[in-house]
Design a protein around this ligand. Sequence first.
Ligand SMILES: Nc1ncnc2c1ncn2[C@@H]1O[C@H](COP(=O)(O)OP(=O)(O)OP(=O)(O)O)[C@@H](O)[C@H]1O
Ligand SMILES: [Zn+2]
Length: 608
Amino acid sequence: MVARVAGVFDEKLTEAIANSKILVVGAGGIGCEILKNLVLTGFPYIEIIDLDTIDVSNLNRQFLFHKEHVGKSKAQVAKDSALSFNPSVNIIAHHDSVISNDYGVNYFKQFNMVMNALDNRVARNHVNRMCLAANIPLIETGTAGYAGQVELIQKGQTQCYECQPKAPQKSFPGCTIRNTPSEPIHCIVWAKHLFNQLFGEEDPDQDVSPDTADPEAAGDAGASALRTEGTEAGNVERKSTRAWASETNYDPEKLFSKLFGDDIRYLLSMENLWKKRRPPTPLTWNNLPGKGNPTAQHSGLPDQRVWSMHECAQVFGDSCKALQADLKNRPEGDHLVWDKDEKSAMDFVTACANIRAHIFNIPLKSRFEIKSMAGNIIPAIATANAIVAGLAVLRAQNLLKGETRACTSVYLRPKVNHRGQLFVPEKTLTAPNPKCYVCASKPEVALACNLKQLTLKDLNAAFKDGLNMQAPDAVVEGKGLVVLSSEPGETDHNNEKTLEEIGLNDGSALVVDDFLQNYEVRVILQQKDEEKSWRLVTDPDIPMPGPKEEKPANGSNGADEPKPGPSCSKEDSDSDMEIIEEDDTGEPAPKPPKRRKVGMNNEIVDLC
Ligand SMILES: Nc1ncnc2c1ncn2[C@@H]1O[C@H](COP(=O)(O)OP(=O)(O)OP(=O)(O)O)[C@@H](O)[C@H]1O
Ligand SMILES: [Zn+2]
């Protein structure tokens, strides 16, 4: 197939293309389209990075992949398929995360531009910072259903990906999830948390047991249960759910009795909760509704049928055993990662969510519906991906012609607007936010917190969650005192110390850097007695996200799992679209590299 037809582009562009080097990040729905376009346009040198392998669910739109490729590296297969269109292109495929420290600033610097075709904010933030550091243009793309967007990010000329705070991630109060669910999604989030507690990465924010600190139940919370329940029941004694499950050898009956019997009785004892609500009904393993109601009696696809409680319990038992076996086969300390496309993981969440829904008189859902809700699936539309990828490659051509000012953002709308437009371009480039804590010439941000209460561990979380850092190091400005080190173990002994205890006070400035991202920011501490956790403060006009429940979603289209927030008074909030994203891989942060970033003269705060 002829990929480059002489005379199609003017000489200047033809030459610029011939001398170009492009990095494509992501070989999914948009990435495959971009790669195909680049190859057919005659781009001679392309590197493509994707951490994932091909799933059968990708095949409907990621047309560089076929059935025989399932399980293989996306980047490698995308390369091989694209080469069949134009074997003369030099394509280098990396089956890897772009966040890996193998791809540092010097790696980025070798390219004329980067084209992002990602599906999560963590990776997008990272590439944004790398392109700013390397001072190369980044073409950002995203779709959500029929909507899409292409945006140029160029240091000093346009907004960066982080110039404006992203809409908050949809969140649910922790006590709704743990004590008083009222919608199917509450039960689905609970079930995903349970998966993590039992088999995944344990997170104290994902506790699934009754929340005795629920302000609504204040006073008598669980008191009667504490009196009547012994530790034998397993739910009153505060031990890790994982440790307890492991002691019982993940016995499905025991797990079921604790989670859906004892814990529910414990909740019932928090009487204030049920004054205005219908109380839950505990279930007993040996007496479940729906026995003798086999699958065969139902019509429709198995996944689209709602299971009886009896079936749920069976699936619960089977999936528990399968997941336990999977966990056992892994090296000590390893854990499972929930994946909607992994059968046992999806079965487990469907069964647990429905059992809990039944207990709380919430409508049950089919496995198909739960998969879509639990995976935050927004249908990916092949044509939207193709359009956005086409626009992205046109923008790449603009850039190569030196027409940066023409590279305004373009929005693909799901429907024509009142002007009859389906593609809506911005009139001008969007100027950078001079107060941006990422792309400003001297990035600076204030952190409002109560220094008497905020611990160094919290501070680390604030840098990770609030400033989107991967491996923060923090030094007291002017003193060279290391308060946080990304070097494992170096400052961990101070984790529980408050900022006041380590000598920081109102107005103290920290220089915080992330070696992985080539990013440094000055953080000024602001003492706020009333602050329960922490809050970033930039320009007074720009509200910044705060901790946990306000943490920016990795998927601004709501593609992330809603997270429970710490406060019960917090209302759920839907997010608006910014860069539109597909699904989120929930990719874990990479391990920080072994290194000492801070200067030799810096000493580590040691208060032990
Ligand atoms: N840190 C990362 N490094 C490299 N590639 C990444 C990273 N994070 C995400 N990706 C890749 O970006 C691509 C995004 O593509 P897309 O949105 O079509 O998602 P998908 O995983 O292929 O599809 P779906 O989520 O619908 O199953 C994926 O192939 C994903 O593996
Ligand atoms: Zn910025």
